[in-house]
Design a protein around this ligand. Structure first.
Ligand code: ACM
Length: 630
């Protein structure tokens, strides 16, 4: 009996200790111990390897400590008796793979071990997260003691492709912005930065053999207002002050910066659709060859609500023109030389075929080459692009439309219109990256529309967290991993890009790194709240929409009914429906309630320990009526 009680107490101790850390993504294995390591000026970083990359990662950690008031030295000989030992395994530990690590925190010693430098980098990211947040606050530089609790962490990723995509065409992001975005994602163990470099709204990469791509294609007229709605088309001769591009030197600098954070860049050049900026530079590459301008986000398509659309302005390359393939070859020759990663993304999405269907030369070309329809024509284009890309020693990946009309041999598929494209491609033995709109589209709003910048769809943090990249019946070996995508039509700057990316990128990081069985929503939300404080301490924007009440309205027996909920453990929701405020003096939510008729507003807010922790939502009854449908 006594033994049983002891066992129970031990279990409770370890369970509680395990619950104390706030690491995102959650590690494979975390075991707490009773010790405590105190960071102070006595600590030295002891490199037990000559590897240059490991040295760099160690110096980055040293700099992180310095910024937080702790001065340490890095040395290959042991100095003093309080060390952080950084060790590359001579005999590989297979379970750790290339990116895994073991981190042991004991009294006076921290030991970080990995097979490869990438594992050391990831281990340092975890170690940074073990440091209490108040110590990294910029106001608290005077303190020179940081305590962390003892533990042993064994950790390695579930997937090798853990990506985030940033669209730099719809809005331009400076070199410093791009670096900052990469630095932030690497702290959550993302290892692929998918760089969407070209689109209708701007061509952003210098191609020396095609100078007009950036002289003309990188610049557009200035417009404000809602993207794709009320922005006016460019006028003839109008100045084009908005835009920018990355020179090849800047790209090399960013590639190196990313590699120093264990991030590989996958450049995307979006062909044959989404090419209005390229055609503004070289209109002869379209069927009509008409002069055109880089789009400032004016309405140039009719969308029919089922994913189909008509392009009012031609934005596609002409697949029946040999000059187009010479152009594509020039572009990918330079792209391949700039990016050392295995993959080049060729786009392939949302390509309108109407101008091909109308063009007699294209029709003749199809007849001659026995191409039955425009899907096969697009497939013909994609297959030729695949040959060009593989001739440069690279693998091609494209959006799931590249399946239509027949998939090119060796092409990998990025599944965005749900999982079905990925499933189809994996079943044919192709590699896939899962990035379905339903879980991974970071441009979708994440909270109530009354307080968010509206866009056409919503994706909550909880939904994002339920992402599972390997569907039933698919051989997991074909699923390289997954990715969150940030399209920037309504995202004009870096801080707002952070707001839209985080915390959903925490959820996706955990799905892609952690074992499926370690995932737990309550634990994730608790850890996310801790990381809110980290972002706040660094003055970095992050959405806290998860804290807001979620409002659901419906009609029942001719009454307008309202339900409120959120996923925040240990919180309470208060509301008023009689136009009074503040909400904390209103009703505590206990169940569905009626919103009476009249000129009323619903006000609601989340509280924890008596303190408001969310925004106050204010929604008129008219709006609620609309939401409930008539
Ligand atoms: C996409 O969202 N058009 C890939």
């Amino acid at each position: 009996m006594k033994n049983l009680l002891l066992l129970f107490l031990l279990f409770t101790f370890f369970y509680q200790s395990n619950a104390q850390h706030s690491i995102i993504p959650i590690p494979v294995n975390y075991v707490a111990n009773n010790s405590e390591f105190i960071f102070d000026d006595q600590v030295s970083l002891n490199l037990q390897t000559n590897d240059e990359q490991v040295k760099k990662y160690t110096e980055q950690f040293q700099l992180f400590l310095k910024k937080n008031g702790i001065n340490t030295s890095v040395s290959t000989t042991k100095k003093g008796n309080k060390t952080i030992d950084v060790i590359l395994n001579k005999k590989l530990q297979t379970e750790l793979g290339n990116e895994g690590y073991i981190l042991e925190v004991n009294q006076n010693n921290i030991k970080l071990t990995a097979n490869e430098p990438a594992g050391i980098f990831n281990g340092f990211q975890t170690l940074k997260q073990l440091i209490p947040i108040e110590k990294i606050s910029s106001e608290n530089k005077t303190s020179n003691q940081i305590k962390i609790k003892g533990c042993k962490i064994t950790d390695y990723p579930r997937f090798g492709w853990r990506g985030l995509m940033l669209d730099v065409s719809r809005h331009f992001f400076s070199v410093e912005d791009v670096k900052a975005y990469i630095d932030q994602m690497s702290q959550y163990k993302y290892n692929v930065f998918h760089w969407h470099l070209t689109d209708d709204e701007g061509w952003r990469i210098e191609i020396k053999s095609l100078p007009k791509l950036t002289e003309v294609g990188a610049w557009r007229v200035e417009r404000y207002g809602r993207f794709g709605e009320d922005r006016k088309a460019p006028k003839p001769g109008e100045k084009t002050p908005y835009g920018g591009f990355y020179t090849q030197e800047q790209i090399k600098e960013i590639v190196k910066y990313a590699a120093d954070r264990n991030v590989t860049i996958v450049p995307e050049i979006d062909f044959p659709g989404h090419s209005m900026a390229a055609l503004a530079a070289y209109p002869e590459l379209s069927t009509k060859k008409e002069p055109k301008s880089v789009s400032p986000g004016f309405k140039f398509a009719d969308w029919y609500g089922d994913g189909t659309f008509k392009m009012l302005v031609e934005n596609t390359l002409n697949p029946a023109d040999e000059n187009v393939y010479a152009f594509v070859d020039k572009v990918f020759t330079e792209v391949a030389a700039l990016f050392p990663g295995d993959y080049i993304h060729m786009g392939g999405d949302e390509c309108y075929h109407g101008y091909w269907d109308e063009d007699p030369k294209v029709q003749q070309f199809m007849k001659k080459n026995k191409i039955e329809n425009s899907h096969e024509l697009q497939s013909y284009f994609v297959k030729r692009v695949e040959k060009i890309i593989s001739s440069k020693g690279k693998k091609m990946i494209g959006w799931d439309e590249i399946l239509e009309g027949g998939l090119a041999d060796g092409a990998a598929v990025m599944s965005w219109r749900g999982m079905k494209g990925g499933i189809e491609a994996a079943k044919m033995g192709h590699d896939v990256v899962m990035t379905p709109t339903t879980y991974a589209y970071l441009d979708y709003t994440q909270g109530d529309h009354s307080v968010e910048n509206p866009i056409y769809a919503n994706l909550s943090l909880e939904k994002s967290y339920s992402f599972e990249p390997v569907p039933e019946g698919v051989d997991a070996k074909y699923v390289l991993g997954g990715q969150g995508n940030l399209w920037t039509e309504v995202i004009p700057n870096l801080q707002y890009a952070y707001y839209m990316t985080y915390p959903r990128a925490f959820a996706i990081a955990e799905t892609l790194w952690s074992p499926k069985e370690n995932k737990n929503l309550d634990s994730f939300i608790n850890r996310t709240e801790d990381h809110f404080n980290r972002f706040d301490a660094q003055n970095t924007n992050i959405s806290k929409a998860i804290l807001d009440p979620e409002v659901k309205v419906y009609r029942k027996d001719n009454k307008l009914m309202c339900e409120l909920k959120n996923s925040v453990p240990n919180s309470e929701i208060f509301y008023t429906i009689d136009n009074t405020y503040p909400v904390k003096f209103g009703q505590k939510y206990t169940g569905a309630f009626e919103i009476p008729a009249g000129k009323l507003n619903l006000r609601t807010q989340t509280f924890k320990n008596g303190k408001p922790i969310s925004r106050e939502l204010l929604i008129s009854r008219t709006e609620l009526d609309k939401r409930a449908g008539n």
